[in-house]
Design a protein around this ligand. Structure first.
Ligand code: MG
Length: 399
């Protein structure tokens, strides 16, 4: 056994001993025999981590374990709405029949959730009454009804259950959805609002990516684009984060950006200014994409007429199940679909990447922006998202 294998085995043994209830080897249920690999031992079954985690449920059904985890950002993140160097996060595990699924909630402050609110929500989720994890629709309807809002907390439960179910049936979610991994798109790499020196530094890190995403909405918008254009002619996606308040300014900027090989403009104005955004969309040479304006499926109808597409993020949508419904509904309505993320570990990013063969554009670089990732999973090869074949959400715990 190599050192990493030894550490992993020792961690499992010590955690199993520390747990109040027997986790491994308890009675098999109908659900665990539904697939073809549930009975196979091996790395795909997942391992426990999160010492000191809070738990709900019991090993008779599905047990949830969760603990706070602060994400450290490699560079301070500057947006129209503020600046920060960390992102609060809660890591979650679901244990069923000796198999461990992984999930997470990432809470950038502007979304209104916190470690406290997520831990409080998760402590109310009791899955011990569900004996078959494959009944995701029923289980996630229950989770949604535990309390209103709490979208990132709900996403954590959704992701952890998708990982568990995929491992139970021995299939990745892109397979279960019938998606071809070779259709996964390229991902953009984000350049925040920053000094010229930092923009130039970030451009060197952006080298492996064929599409750039530039944050705008402060007073250096044109300057940032000019610096990047002095270095590369790679296409740019622009995200204004609601930072433009005048529709005339927004239209002028859209024309200026269209002349500089930009692909689209995301959330150019505050979501409340929907009439101004519809006015802009009628005249803009670039597609207008909704981000802050659309969280869940029920927000989609209001986007029609004001936006050309939507940016789906698991932490807004309450997870994969609703994200998949949003993507297919948006496509049916003629909207473009983008999949994005918060700063997250490779757990949340790999989960979102499972959906990526469905979308027009992807912005799944949140794991690359942190220095303390706990997982490996979906990777970027020549700028394109590469999905692992492993079951579930495709994230493997790094120990
Ligand atoms: Mg955005």
């Amino acid at each position: 056994m190599n050192r990493r294998g030894f550490i992993k085995a020792a961690s499992i043994a010590s955690l199993a001993m520390a747990l109040p209830e027997k986790i491994f080897g308890f009675e098999r249920t109908a659900a665990s025999t539904a697939g073809n690999s549930a009975s196979q031992a091996g790395p795909d079954r997942g391992v426990l981590s999160l010492p000191g985690a809070q738990t709900t449920g019991s090993t008779r059904g599905i047990m949830l374990r969760f603990a706070p985890y602060q994400l450290s950002l490699r560079h301070s993140f500057n947006l129209a709405s503020g600046s920060r160097t960390t992102t609060p996060d809660v890591q979650v595990e679901a244990v069923y029949d000796g198999i461990v699924g992984y999930g997470e909630a990432s809470m950038p402050p502007y979304l209104g959730e916190s470690v406290d609110s997520v831990m409080r929500f998760l402590s109310k989720v009791d899955l011990s009454g569900f004996s078959n994890p494959l009944r995701l629709e029923e289980i996630l309807e229950y989770v949604d009804a535990v309390a209103p809002d709490n979208n990132a907390a709900k996403a954590a439960v959704d992701i952890v259950l998708h990982d568990l179910v995929g491992k139970l049936v021995g299939r990745s979610w892109h397979e279960l959805w019938g998606l071809s991994p070779e259709n996964a798109p390229e991902t953009s790499y984000t350049i925040g609002i920053d000094s010229e020196e930092m923009v130039r530094l970030k451009m060197t890190e952006a080298d492996p990516y064929n599409i750039l995403k530039v944050k705008m909405g402060l007073d250096r918008d044109r300057e940032t684009i000019e610096i990047i254009r002095s270095l590369t002619d790679r296409p740019i996606c622009v995200d204004v984060n609601q930072g433009w308040h005048s529709k005339e300014l927004a239209l002028e900027m859209c024309h200026w950006l269209a002349d500089r090989n930009c692909l689209f403009v995301e959330q150019p104005m505050p979501k409340e200014q929907i009439d101004d955004i519809a006015w802009l969309r009628e005249r803009s040479p670039l597609p207008i994409i909704a981000d802050e304006a659309v969280k869940r499926l029920a927000d989609l109808p209001a986007c029609l007429g004001a936006y050309d597409g939507i940016n789906i993020k698991l932490m807004k949508s309450t997870g994969l199940r609703e994200a998949h419904k949003m993507a297919t509904t948006a496509k049916a309505l003629g909207l473009k679909v983008m999949i994005g993320c918060m700063t997250e570990t490779s757990c949340g990013i790999s989960a979102a990447a499972q959906l990526s063969p469905l979308v027009d554009w992807a912005d799944l670089d949140g794991n690359l922006l942190i220095s303390n990732d706990r997982f490996e999973g979906a990777t970027i090869q020549n700028g394109r998202i590469t999905l692992p074949a492993s079951p579930g959400i495709g994230a493997t715990l790094l120990l």
